[in-house]
Design a protein. Structure first.
Length: 275
């Protein structure tokens, strides 16, 4: 059984509180490299102190794997250097697009078509060639599916297999999409290429209406999402799992309680497998 790892996102709004967290409460942290790579002075020193205490996973925001503008090679070289400098174990991105003739400041859905599969997979292979390692793509939340030919799970599987990359399994995104697009989250989970899963996210969201959820990372994780996390562990094992919280930060002990809940779920699964 692999080591149980439960993490929390490093956000600047949390950095003061995180500095005093006792050892053992957090196993790793995650950052968006774009927010930290080019900083100097106090913030760079602060980041280095965190990196000396915790493994740092990277979750990108602006790679634009689904877009048509040329891949940002300078960005990728900076990420490669950053990963080397801080010994980051994994770089992940969203299976979306976010730019073309300017950054769109949003993560938008890629059409679920065979043409898009080939386009995205070719770009991911370029990324992996530049970084010199496999990346993981996250199953994204989305609110429309323009030009859909493949199902969401078929599209994800096809891209990951064609690109030969890994899966970042976001449990909250499955739940949000299952409400918004009226599907069974367990069936969807079983349709994913879980053999490629290497890392997981869990987060809170906003209930816009009874049949509309918005993926915000600004609220507590709700019970149905915790239940879905347990179902995911039953299928893929207790992979390293991050609690995502981007704003509306509660007291740090409340976030650490969610990290503890992740770890408890991982340990329950590990114990059940050992028995």
């Amino acid at each position: 059984m692999s080591e149980v790892l439960a993490g929390l996102g490093l956000r600047r709004g949390l950095s003061d509180a995180l500095q005093s967290v006792e050892p053992g409460r957090i196993d790793f942290m995650e950052v968006a490299p774009e927010n930290w790579m080019h900083l100097g002075g106090r913030l760079r020193r602060e980041f280095r102190r965190f990196a000396e205490r915790y493994p740092i996973y990277l979750h990108g925001l602006s790679l634009n794997v689904g877009g048509f503008a040329p891949l940002d090679r300078d960005l990728l070289l900076s990420i490669r250097q950053f990963m080397s400098e801080f010994d980051c174990p994994l770089y992940t991105e969203h299976l979306t697009y976010c730019a073309d003739d300017g950054h769109l400041y949003d993560l938008l859905p890629i059409p679920f078509t065979e043409e898009a599969v080939q386009h995205v997979a070719a770009r991911v292979r370029q990324v992996q060639d530049i970084l010199g390692e496999q990346i993981a793509l996250e199953n994204a939340s989305y609110y429309a599916a323009p030009g859909q030919v493949l199902s969401e799970s078929e599209f994800i599987r096809a891209v990951l297999e064609e690109a030969d990359c890994k899966l970042l399994l976001d449990v909250n995104n499955i739940y949000v999409n299952s409400i918004n697009h009226r599907y069974d989250p367990l069936r969807f989970l079983d349709e994913l290429p879980l053999e490629r899963a290497c890392y997981m996210h869990i987060a809170g969201h906003y209930e816009e209406a009874e049949d509309i959820r918005v993926d915000t990372h600004g609220a507590d994780v709700i019970e149905p999402v915790w239940a879905l996390l347990n179902e995911a562990y039953a299928r893929v094992g207790p992979l390293p799992t991050l609690v995502e919280r981007d704003f509306n930060f509660p007291p740090i002990e409340e976030l650490l309680a969610e990290v503890d809940q992740v770890r408890s779920a991982q340990l329950r699964y590990a114990a059940a497998v050992t028995d």
